[in-house]
Design a protein around this ligand. Structure first.
Ligand code: HEM
Length: 494
């Protein structure tokens, strides 16, 4: 029986103070988390500039209770996202509004739609690979980022090619890059993320009313460029949403169409700013997360040629059995799925989920005080030896297939958990498995990085809230097979 505190109390605070705590999360976060856990236990409190105490926890009981919190027990609006996604979206809503938003989003990203999208996702990825040449050097997260932008344009706007799609892509990438660069991130942290994004949103609305679209060039103020991108991106979404409302074509399944045609219980359309904000939330939620996750997965495959060969053999076996290359079947193959699980277990892209408590709350053995941000930490929980065994720190996809690894939802949660779990999980997992399968099947990479040949992992760094290898993942293309290599027929599902 664990001892419980009767008065609200924060877990131990590591030595150092606010700036040192913030720095420990910025660079080499995993080593620092390991160190804090070793010195202070499974739950510890970090103090960060511009916000209340943040309790990081790798204690499964605390994670379980956090995921079971009721909406009135936490405030999603306090989430420390220092970029102007727009205030009216699923990320910040609570109660019925939040449930209604999820009801609109999830069907667009769930199984039936994914069945149709698998073929298009595969085509998008194949076309990228077709353009690669032997000897080319890539930073892997950036090429996967480029692929996912194409997938986002298709999923969100139904656009596969053409001028409008290219324009969307340019504006989305420009906005994401300039909004999440180190300068903007640091200002956001120091100013307070919530206040900063509200300030940016006010400026964006003012510029929209005045019709000032901007020239997308750098300015004296660091927020000039992201603001230009946002104003122009929002204007494009607004135009397309208005056209969708004029057509009201129920056969359109892309997400903007779903948002633009949706109505409240009283029969009114969603406010246009909400439609825009929901679209932008999807970009933020889906882009860097997928790029970062795929980087870690590639690193594990490069470090483990044995696993890479097993993935190739699994794909070849599926093609031989089905008589066609079916991207949907490929995306559900058990070994590829185990490889993704194992990578997300050991090197999750999101370091933690967050809930800001609105009342004193019992979580596991801790009665946490009101105002605490509780952060169930994937990295710490998913490496526990008491859950995953003595070899918990080893990359061994087989553990997911031999019956030895059946974690509970609070023991394995790379997509968060409870009523706010990732709404795009099924789409994200499908696209990552299709990307990795196609790359492994057709491309051989070389890498000069030391970590490929040792047990070590590259030093992580937070990019747009996601953990990525600090210096990227640089690989050189050694061989690219044609799309048809070993395949006589492809199944198209769209
Ligand atoms: C590998 C890729 C991804 C990872 C690792 C990831 C991870 C996460 C995590 C950890 C959360 C917070 C969950 C919580 O607080 O408990 C989240 C929320 C969310 N994600 Fe993802 N995500 C990914 C891809 C996507 C994609 C592709 C989309 C949509 C296209 C998406 C949409 C969302 C949305 C809408 C939320 C907010 C849910 C809510 O507050 O109700 N995500 N994601």
């Amino acid at each position: 029986m664990t001892a419980m505190n009767k008065e609200p109390k924060l877990p131990p605070i590591p030595k150092g103070g606010k700036i040192k705590h913030a720095m420990s999360l910025g660079i080499d976060i995993w080593n620092n988390l390991d160190r804090f856990q070793e010195e202070y236990g499974d739950s510890f409190t970090l103090t960060l500039p511009g916000q209340g105490p943040m309790v990081w926890t790798g204690d499964p009981e605390v994670v379980r209770d956090t995921f079971a919190l009721k909406p009135e027990q936490y405030d999603p609006f306090s989430v420390q996202i220092p970029i102007d996604v727009g205030e009216e979206c699923v990320l910040f809503e609570n109660f019925k509004k939040h449930q209604d938003s999820r009801k609109r989003i999830i069907p667009s990203l769930a199984t039936a739609q994914l069945k149709n999208r698998a073929g298009v996702m595969h085509d998008i990825i194949s076309e990228h690979i077709d353009s690669w040449t032997v000897g080319e050097e890539f930073n892997f997260p950036r090429i996967v980022g480029d692929m996912t932008l194409d997938i986002i344009c298709y999923t969100l706007f139904g656009l596969r090619e053409g001028e409008r799609k290219e324009r969307y892509k340019e504006l989305i990438l420009g906005w994401l890059t300039t909004s999440t660069n180190d300068t903007m991130f640091t200002i956001g942290q120091l100013y307070g993320a919530r206040k900063f994004r509200a300030k940016l949103n006010k400026k964006y609305r003012q510029r929209t009313v005045e019709g000032k679209m901007g020239n997308l060039k750098k300015g004296l103020l660091p927020w000039k460029q992201p603001l230009d991108y946002k104003v122009q991106l929002a204007q494009m979404i607004r135009e397309d949403a208005e056209n969708i409302r004029a057509r009201m074509d129920e056969n359109e399944v892309h997400m903007l169409s779903v948002f633009a045609r949706a109505k409240y219980d009283d029969g009114e359309f969603l406010e246009m700013e909400k439609v825009i904000s929901e679209c932008i939330a999807m970009m933020v939620a889906g882009h860097e997360t997928s790029a970062a996750t795929s980087s870690w997965m590639l690193i594990w495959l490069l470090k483990n040629p044995r696993v890479m060969e097993k993935v190739r053999a699994e794909i070849a076996e599926s093609v031989a059995k089905e008589g066609v290359y079916d991207p949907l079947i490929i995306s559900e193959l058990p070994y590829i799925t185990a490889c993704l699980n194992e990578s997300q277990r050991l090197s999750p892209s999101a370091p933690a989920t967050v809930r800001w408590l609105t009342e004193d709350t019992q979580l596991g053995k801790w009665l946490m005080p009101k105002g605490t941000c509780i952060s169930p930490c994937m990295y710490l929980t998913q490496r526990r030896k008491d859950i995953y065994g003595e070899d918990a720190h080893e990359y061994r996809p087989e553990r997911w297939l031999d019956g030895s690894c059946k974690p509970k939802p609070w023991e394995f949660f790379p997509f968060g958990g409870g009523r706010r779990a990732c709404a795009g999980m099924a789409q994200a997992r499908q696209q990552l498995r299709i990307i990795l399968a196609e790359i492994v099947r057709r491309v051989t990479f070389e890498s000069k990085e030391d970590y490929v040949h040792t047990d070590a992992l590259p030093t992580p760094r937070l990019v747009g809230g996601q953990t990525e290898p600090k210096d990227g993942v640089w690989v050189t293309v050694k061989e690219v097979l044609p799309k048809e290599a070993g395949i006589t027929q492809f199944k198209q599902t769209a």
